[in-house]
Design a protein around this ligand. Sequence first.
Ligand code: FNR
Length: 186
Amino acid sequence: MTTILAIAGSVRAKSFNGLLLRAAVELAPAGVTVESASIKDIPLYDADSEAASGVPAVVQALKDRIARASGVLLVTPEYNNSLPGVFKNAIDWTSRPAADIARVYGGKPIGVIGATPGAGGTGMAQAAWLPVLRTLGTVPFFGARMLVSGAAKVFDETGQLTDPIVRGQLEKYMTGFAQFVVRQSR
Ligand code: FNR
């Protein structure tokens, strides 16, 4: 069984990116399980606290889930034409200690998608993740793009992704990404 760990980069209860993650779980192809992870309880990175007590248990648990997964999907909001600090803070924690990066991220197939109520579809946030993904030694998926603009109009009041065009795009993205993850895991 192929498992993809999807991490939403917003802690907002009605987060569009949380809803996009939910739809990605639903639209994953057969034979692939998409599990979701939250960054809600990750504290601010603090080198003093790391030196005194090491990596917090909540971070260790996320690191171990990433390490066990065949692939990782980042579902990113865009803040000020870049990636959100809260999301990067969580990923930064998972890169500690640096000696553990290869175990957690080395050769890991990774995709980035995102949703915004604005017009740009999180394209700039997705691009801003690339140097981070390179530094961590991941293998980014470039086979498709998933940019959700006008997010307020594509989900219904229950949070379901109802826009047929966006659903089709997400289904295609998930199929392509899952195939990529399986190929990389061989
Ligand atoms: C935003 N937002 C935003 N949207 C966008 O498309 N491009 C941008 O550069 C920004 N910049 C930005 C900065 C800050 C500080 C905030 C708080 C917001 C709007 C953003 O896309 C919107 O709040 C989303 O709803 C955030 O994602 P979630 O929480 O819905 O997943």
